[in-house]
Design a protein around this ligand. Structure first.
Ligand SMILES: [Zn+2]
Length: 103
């Protein structure tokens, strides 16, 4: 859970800056460090060494911000590889081969 401390009052202000950094830090610590798009683990040692690496950890949003997703809602936050995140763009995530759905 998000720590219930005084600074949490500022948690939802703004799309950049400290609240987003806090959300990222929280997700890195509390998350599974597994990419929600490809299902594979994310190398946090690599991420610390090279945050811009294509296999590095990124914060993705289940509902993209361009579709009205809340950038600071932990319920909307997902962990993803940088390349998976950027490959997805604003589309719905592609189903995994073993989790296909028919619409
Ligand atoms: Zn991935």
């Amino acid at each position: 859970m998000i720590p219930d401390d005084p600074t949490a009052l500022d948690y939802r202000r703004g799309r950049s800056g400290r609240p987003l950094q806090r959300l990222k830090a929280w997700l890195k610590d509390e998350g599974t460090n597994t990419c929600w798009l490809c299902g594979r683990p994310i190398d946090m040692v690599l991420t610390a060494a090279d945050p811009n690496h294509r296999e590095a950890w990124t914060l993705d949003h289940r509902v993209p911000l361009s579709r009205g997703g809340d950038p600071l809602d932990p319920a909307n936050a997902r962990e993803a590889h940088r390349r998976c995140n950027s490959a997805r763009g604003n589309r719905e995530p592609r189903p995994r081969p073993n989790a296909s759905r028919r619409w």
